[in-house]
Design a protein around this ligand. Sequence first.
Ligand code: AMP
Ligand code: MG
Length: 340
Amino acid sequence: MRRMCVLAGCLLLLLAGCAPQTEYTHTFFAMDTVCSLRLPQKGEQEGEELAQAVQQLVAQLEGLWSKTLPDSEVSRLNAGESLTLEGRTAELLARSAELCTQTGGAFSPLLGRLTALWDVQNAVRPPQQEQIEALLPVPDADLLQNAAQPGFSLPEGACLDLGGIAKGAAGDAVAQLLRAEGVQSALVVMGGQVGCLGTKPDGRPWQVAVRDPDGEQGESLGTLLLQDTFAVSSGDYERYFEQDGVRYSHILDPQTGSPAQTDLRGVTVVCEDATKADALSTALFVLGSEGALELWRSLGGFEAVLVTADGRLLLTEGLEETFVFSGQERGIVLETVDQG
Ligand code: AMP
Ligand code: MG
C-alpha cells in the first residue's frame, strides 16, 4: 500500500513537471499604442486583478498627460489655464526640463506647437517653411522646473507635448505598482517600450528583439537579454509620411523645427529608469550617431543600440554580453563602441 502511494506521488510529480507554466496575459490600448502585460506564475484571478490595476494606472496617467484629451492637465496648461498640478505631473515636467538640459535640447517637452503643425500621423506634405520658422525658437524648458508651484501656468507660446517621455514615466509607475504588489517576474510592453521585471520564472533573462528599421514588425537585428531594466526604442519606421523620396518622421529636431534627418534609422536605449530611457531614445535619434555616442560617454547611466542608415549596428560596450546579434543575415555589420 505504502509502495503504491509512493508510486502515485512520483507520477503526480512527473505530471506536474510536464504541466505548462501558468501565465496571465492582458492586452489593452492606451497612450496611443498597444500595451501588453505578461505575468508568469499568475492564475486567472490574481492576474486579472493586477492587470486591471495596471490598466487603470496607465489610463489615469494618460488622463493627466495626454495632449489630445481636452481635460488632461497638459491640455489645460496648453489652453492657458493656471493649475495646481498633481504631484506626478509636476514631477514629470521638472524631469522633462532636466532631460532637455542633459540632452542639449535634443529632447524638448515644449514642441507642442510644432508637432501640431506637422501632424505627421495625418499629413501628406510638409508645412510651409515660414510656418515652421514662426514657431522657432522652441521655448526654454527651464520654466518647467517651477511646475510644483501652486497656480502654475505656461508662458504665451509655450505648448507641451510629452509624447517622447510619458510612456516612460508610465512604465516606471507600472513597475513600481507591480513591485509593491510583490510581483517578481513580469514583462510590460507599451509600443516600442519593454519593461522587464526580474527574470523569466526559470531564471533566464527576458528576450527583447531589436527591430530591423527596414523590416516588418517582428523582423529583428538581434536580441537583448535583459532583467530588471527597460529597453525603449525610437525610429523613423514608427510614424512617418514620405514625399518626393524624403521620409518625414514624428521625431522633430528642436533646432530646425522639422523631422530629424540624421544618419540613424533606429535607436534602442537600455536603462533601469524608463523615464530617462524614453526621453533619451528620442534625443539620441535627433542627435545622430556621433552626438548620441558623445552623450552616452558624457551622461552615462544607460546603454544603447544604434542602427545607422548605412547598415551598421553600433552597440555600446555595456551591452556586449547581453546582445545576441543576428543582423549579418540582413546585411548589417556589428560595431561595438567603447568609452574611448
Ligand atoms: P518617441 O516615440 O518616444 O521617440 O517619441 C516621439 C514623440 O515625442 C512624438 O510623437 C512627439 O509627440 C514627441 N517628440 C517629437 N520630437 C521630439 C523631441 N525632439 N523631443 C521631445 N519630444 C519629441
Ligand atoms: Mg521617447
